[in-house]
Unconditional design. Sequence first.
Length: 320
Amino acid sequence: MQRAGRHGRQPPEGGPMENGVGQEPGTPEPPGPAAPRAPRTRPRLVFHTQLAHGSPTGRIEGFTNVKELYAKIAEVFNISPTEILFCTLNTHKVDMQKLLGGQIGLEDFIFAHIRGETKEVEVTKTEDALGLTITDNGAGYAFIKRIKEGSIINRLQTVCVGDSIEAINDHTIVGCRHYEVARMLRELPRAQPFTLRLVQPKKAFDMIGQRTRTGKSPGEGRVASGKETLRLRTQGPAVLEEGPSPSEEEAARRVDDLLESYMGIRDSELASTMVEVAKGSPSVAQLAQGLDSVLGEFAFPQEFVAEVWAAVCHPKGDKE
């Protein structure tokens, strides 16, 4: 006499057995407690990290956004999260092509660049554009990502890529987004000197005196495609996803170039978000509505929105 299975149903004669429980051929396993799986929206992944100027290697896990990432790094090295200016991936150098943006490859090594010396620089705005490209770390600090060759700022040797802008004319801008800082600098009157208070990243001995390069590459701020990555978001939890395809990387690069041209900022995560919105928008008008609902605080001008739509949806029609 056969005994009933755990759900009171007897297996048929000669029926398959799995884990000691009978099953009818061709039917799914009877419902039961499923093995718990780590939710993909809150992954518990372990990353290795160091302070860029030199430190032992630490291990961090359990973060879902940039602020939590900084808090985890600060905890490992017994510093305040506000000491961290920005992070680079797989290099201790102030290399803006390796800047941690919205995605971290699962094999990436994180280097944290912390506050070094503070300096004040007097600048006279003899042209409308200073030659600065601004980005921010997602946690309250805006810093210099690029200095244009031959520009006003380029002639000031004390100003370097990677310097955090702490104040403009003694007005603190800590907590401001990069586009707000870029707007403040654009609106400064010409021919009137102003003062920038800058904080440079702390440097190791072999990095002292390094101004850093200002060039860009098509993969700036992005992880390699084809690999699973942890995507960090300004709002909401991090998610595991496949790395961007080559076409998505190229579209994001074009949008990032437009951000720099129109607004004086670079932001790979912002560019990727705009690409996602543009791909779901069949027209410029609908893209404008989508960007306004997701990124309304930027108040993008209509001509810029049209350029973004063309860059993403009709790249062959781009004008260099």
